[in-house]
Design a protein around this ligand. Structure first.
Ligand code: ACO
Length: 376
């Protein structure tokens, strides 16, 4: 029995459940999906392979990969009544709110896919396939771009960029987005995955669990940080202003987004890989502005606070250089993490126990009850 007087604020270091999906070595800076090092997966796998790995626990052979790729491609179209609803959503809403509402609404039209249990794998693939379509349909309307077409022949990385920008990426751009999707696909019991598992642990349905996860990812202390990093870079403007802006923020006790992590005590291995991609894309576009600012930001934040970059530091610079609007950065994170969320929900259904911690009560006891007409 845990001593109820011991409160682990933010559930820090609490081991809440057993999982085979993802391992983080926060001291050595390693991230493992189902036994495979993220560095190998980022260099050699695609997002589709990684989604298969997360869902089925093993890397696919060529035939299995082709089958999954075809399946995801074939599941991209939205049910027409959902497409109509997305069409009616306010154009000035944040795309994360659109995503959360659309994921929730999808359940109206797919009751079979949402059912709790191992058969939810169908829903996992469906959600992974449609997230770019939802985002593309919404963004294209507000940006005055032509309506989206489902392009089953495109990889998930290429489709995501096509959905958002109405153009197909170059080989290098497709690889950059694909690496970002691989790196964001899972991360053990991060807040949004935990939210999904808590929902699933009540035997609620898959789409409810993913709705919880999208709402949780949105926050600036979690997935919302990538958008804020690039806004900060724009505010800073030039490398000679980094020092002054960062010192000002730290003096005001503000957090510098893209730094620090609950689990990593060293550099987040995803940041190491994304740093390299930020440089490569910057050089390919002839624009090292973001990269140079980020390197300087790293120096100053490390010197002042001893903090290391996390996954959100460099990702936004890559998306921005590809022309993606800032408010779509966190939705791109969601379009990848949905593979991990759904894998965790499936695992939860396999070995389910209601997640229900306790609180240390610090309120009053035994207050005398006063009827309403006698209260001052
Ligand atoms: N900027 C400035 N100070 C920071 C930062 C930061 N980014 N991160 C941590 N600190 C400081 C805190 O102010 C605190 O200092 P104090 O002890 O003097 O008060 C100390 O470091 C410990 O911080 P905690 O909030 O207790 O650490 P926690 O483990 O809860 O924080 C978190 C992890 C939320 C990620 C934090 O580092 C942060 O806010 N980072 C900025 C937001 C961000 O980049 N989020 C993305 C994380 S990755 C992801 O979710 C995808």
């Amino acid at each position: 029995m845990v001593d109820s007087s011991e409160v682990q604020r933010g559930l820090q270091d609490v081991v809440a459940l057993q999982s085979r999906i993802c391992f983080i070595d926060g001291v050595r800076g390693r991230l493992i999906y189902q036994g495979y090092d993220i560095r190998d997966l980022a260099a050699r796998s695609t997002f589709e392979e990684v989604a298969y790995l997360l869902w089925y626990g093993r890397l696919p052979n060529a035939a299995q990969l082709a089958e999954l790729t075809d399946r995801i491609g074939a599941l991209r179209a939205l049910p027409p009544p959902l497409a109509e609803r997305v069409e009616a959503m306010p154009v000035d809403a944040h795309p994360m709110d659109i995503l959360r509402t659309a994921v929730s609404a999808l359940a109206f039209f797919e009751p079979e896919e949402t059912k709790p249990g191992p058969s939810s794998i169908g829903g996992a693939q469906r959600l992974t396939a449609v997230l770019p379509t939802i985002l593309g349909q919404f963004h294209r309307r507000r940006a005055g771009l032509p309506p989206i077409r489902e392009r089953p022949e495109l990889s998930q990385a290429a489709y995501l960029l096509y959905a958002l920008l109405d153009r197909e990426p170059s080989e290098l751009e497709e690889k950059a987005i694909d690496v970002a999707l691989v790196l964001h696909a899972d991360h053990e019991l991060n807040a949004s995955t935990f939210a999904a598992r808590v929902t699933a642990s009540t035997l609620s349905d898959l789409y409810s669990a993913i709705t919880s996860a999208v709402g949780t990812l949105k926050g600036p202390l979690h997935g919302g940080a990538n958008e804020r990093v690039v806004r900060l870079l724009d505010q800073i403007g030039s490398t000679d202003r980094v020092e002054e802006v960062v010192r000002g923020m730290l003096d005001r006790h503000e957090r510098v987004m893209g730094f620090g992590h609950r689990v990593y005590k060293v550099e987040d291995p995803r940041a190491t890989i994304l740093r390299d991609w930020s440089r490569r894309i910057g050089e390919a576009k002839g624009d090292r502005h973001y990269f140079d600012l980020l390197r300087r930001l790293e120096e100053v934040v490390h010197r002042e606070k001893g903090l290391y970059p996390n996954v959100d530091l460099y990702s936004g610079s890559i998306y921005a250089l590809l022309g993606v609007p800032y408010d779509l950065f966190t939705p791109i994170f969601a379009a990848s993490r949905v593979a991990g969320w759904t894998a965790h929900v499936l695992e939860e259904y396999e070995d389910l126990r209601l997640i229900r911690p306790t609180a240390k009560y610090v309120g009053a006891l035994d207050l005398p009850y006063v009827p309403v007409d006698q209260r001052g």
